[in-house]
Design a protein around this ligand. Sequence first.
Ligand SMILES: Nc1ncnc2c1ncn2[C@@H]1O[C@H](COP(=O)(O)OP(=O)(O)OP(=O)(O)O)[C@@H](O)[C@H]1O
Length: 351
Amino acid sequence: MSDVLTVQGLTVSVRDKTLVHDVDLTVGPGERVGLIGESGSGKSLTALAILGLLPEDVHARGSVRLTGVDHELIGAAERRLSRVRGRDLAMVFQEPMTALNPTMRVGDQVAEAMLIHGTISGRRAARAAASSLLDRVQLDGVARAYPHQLSGGQRQRVVVAIALANDPALLICDEPTTALDVTVQAMVLDLIMQGVTARESALLFITHDLAVVATVCQRVLVMYGGRVVESGPVEEVFTNPRHRYTQGLLAASDLESADRRLPTIPGNVPPAGQFPDGCVFRTRCAHATDLCATLPPWTGTASSGFACHHPADDRGSAVPRVVASARQPVSSTAEPAAPTEPSTSAEASDA
Ligand SMILES: Nc1ncnc2c1ncn2[C@@H]1O[C@H](COP(=O)(O)OP(=O)(O)OP(=O)(O)O)[C@@H](O)[C@H]1O
């Protein structure tokens, strides 16, 4: 079966600075793919370019194709993009308040999402469907609440309900639990997982949290300096990272480190547009040689490989424990059932 999302040669730039270089990415039907990397590596810009939501001064070229949509998304008119977004392609961002209309009851917002895209016709039927969708994200009784009357975790669950309202072929989540209290993070993750599994939607999941990727995703792409430097099945990349950057990232995320003194990747991420030519990681890499001033070729297949002149070949020597410690069901620390009445804003502060 053909891929749900096919991104080819995606390049994002602002004025003379290239922020994302030549990204190729595919997500298969029902596949859950993680996109990881340090802050500033270009993950969010990649997602925004796919969604056609880049700021005005930021430009994308390359190709983004989505199953069931007969036109190219890069450069498509806003009118066409807004028909695709929310129907075929849905998104959940970090801050739920930016996705919700503060002046509209949340039940109406879920109903509106279905009415706009014609998933359901008639306001009464849409309200009933919205209410049952809210029940399914364990928000029974809150349909008449306004966003400010809900806690951060409840608001994000409303956003998840809206995102899934039209059974999208692909859901893109960009740090969907980062702004939430730890006690509700697992529940929101669980709802996302249940939602995409039930609908057989594909998932592109952006996060800093490698343990979450190990739990949620089947395949992972590692970004640094606006480039994909490694990709492959999660288990393989996390237990046998080949790119020196992936190795450093995993070592710095070792959740089981006994003394908590984790190794760090030396140096800092350079400012946007100031990464070195050749291998973008070479100024921070202990293995760099003169060869690294040239762009490393991609080794492997389109869905699994790396771009490094001096890859790690010592199988299993990198720190893989992030995988072991993350392989627990995300539902184990679920938020208690939502109150039947909306909470007051005073008690709603888990964001
Ligand atoms: N509108 C813009 N104009 C100029 N530079 C930008 C713009 N938006 C993002 N950048 C820069 O592009 C780089 C990549 O940003 P992006 O937000 O994609 O990183 P990220 O990997 O998602 O980081 P984080 O995990 O912190 O969200 C960053 O250095 C950022 O400062």
